[in-house]
Design a protein around this ligand. Structure first.
Ligand code: NAD
Length: 361
């Protein structure tokens, strides 16, 4: 029996959470759920969108699956999702992009995994607003001590990339490749221009690659990477990227396989992992039993693999793939015409997936 925290989220969160939980239970994975809340619904009752009990449960179990949460306005949290990633040091964002027959897309046979560094780079939150005293001080220092000139009307964002941060994320990518039987890791950067940040990233990537002689290693400059992913995505396998490039390229890869509706994800640290869909809480569809549960269910597949429950993960993924391929019991967004009256609701799509699981076991 594994104990897992399920954060039900807000907006469409509770509906897709319920659908996902039922599908995972149908695999017989024997999960003991600790169902907890976060987001705007609990905010109204408890005055905080992230109750201590929710964080404590995630820390205790070390593994969670999370439905989307609306980014709150004016609560002291910039984003609960970002807060969780930073406070729990979930330094790796894992985003697989895989083609499923029946999902409308320009490509078939895509099977890529993006490993994005989650804590450093331009996303570290070190920013200086135009016109502020400390910004002016920084600009004066740079103008005095370097040959560069920054104009006074500039805002500044700092891009830190460290040896330790790079080493742990590149090792994560290689360990993941080894564990999942993948063949190649590609490190993505702009080292030709940003020599001391991306250059360091590339140097450490190469160093770490020597620890994994069984896995092929190569590097690509990020602009060229984008073009190659569009032209010949079949050449790539696991990509490891600093935070900002990872953010952009993971959406590019989601686009290759049909968009956010089928894009699962995980944020993973050394002791804690939280799996979640890439899409948000789509508040306009709240409570309508309408939206697609696939991305969160596929995040559940990732969670089962993380727990070592590979047979259950395989069965669940196969059941999702079969329902999508049939194209009958799917939500509106998976029909050729979004107004198709034969589209089913969130819970009916889950029922169809559960039927497939039962008929295969
Ligand atoms: P969104 O992903 O919630 O919705 C954008 C549109 O995508 C929706 O209007 C809908 O048409 C479609 N969509 C999204 N999920 C779908 C699904 N499962 N099935 C069918 N269609 C779906 O993006 P947004 O409107 O920019 O964000 C809404 C809120 O969610 C914001 O507060 C945002 O900050 C938050 N958010 C949370 C997370 C997270 O919890 N990890 C991630 C992204 C955004």
């Amino acid at each position: 029996m594994a104990n897992v925290t399920f954060v039900t989220g807000d907006g469409i969160g509770p509906e897709i959470a319920e659908a996902t939980r039922r599908c995972i239970d149908a695999t017989g994975a024997g999960i003991e759920w600790d169902i907890v809340e976060a987001g705007s619904d609990v905010m109204e009752r408890l005055g905080t969108p992230l109750p201590d009990a929710t964080v404590e449960s995630i820390k205790k179990n070390g593994i969670a699956i999370k439905a989307p949460i609306t980014t709150p306005v004016g609560t002291g949290f910039r984003s609960i999702n970002v807060h969780l990633r930073q406070s729990l040091d979930l330094y790796a964002c894992l985003r697989p992009s895989k083609s499923y027959e029946g999902v409308r897309s320009r490509y078939s046979d895509i099977d890529l995994v993006v490993v994005r560094e989650n804590t450093e780079d331009l996303y570290a939150g070190i920013e200086y607003e135009k016109g502020k005293d400390d910004t002016n001080e920084l600009i004066n220092w740079i103008n005095k001590h370097t040959t560069r000139h920054i104009t006074k009307d500039s805002g500044i964002s700092i891009k830190p990339i460290s040896v330790s941060g790079t080493r742990r994320i590149v090792r994560f990518a290689f360990d993941y490749a080894r564990k999942l039987g993948r063949k190649k890791v590609t490190s993505v950067h702009k080292a030709n221009i940003m020599k001391f940040s991306d250059g360091l990233w590339l140097e450490i990537s190469r160093e770490v690659a020597t620890e994994y002689p069984d896995i092929e290693f190569e590097d690509r400059i990020v602009d060229n990477m984008c073009m190659q992913l569009i032209q010949k995505p079949e050449l790539y396998d696991v990509l490891v990227l600093p935070n900002l490039y990872g953010d952009i390229v993971s959406d590019l890869c989601a686009g290759l396989v049909g968009g956010l509706g089928v894009a699962p994800g995980g944020n993973i640290g050394d002791n804690i992992a939280i799996f979640e869909a890439t899409h948000g809480s789509a508040p306009k569809y709240k409570g309508q039993n309408k939206v697609n549960p696939t991305a969160l269910i596929l995040s559940g597949v990732m969670m089962l693999r993380h727990l070592g429950k590979n047979a259950e993960a395989h069965n669940l993924e196969a059941a999702v793939a079969a329902v999508i391929a049939e194209g009958k019991n799917v939500t509106y967004d998976m029909k050729p015409n979004r107004d198709d009256p034969t589209a089913v609701g969130t819970s009916q799509m889950a029922d169809a997936i559960i039927e497939k699981i039962k008929s295969s076991t």
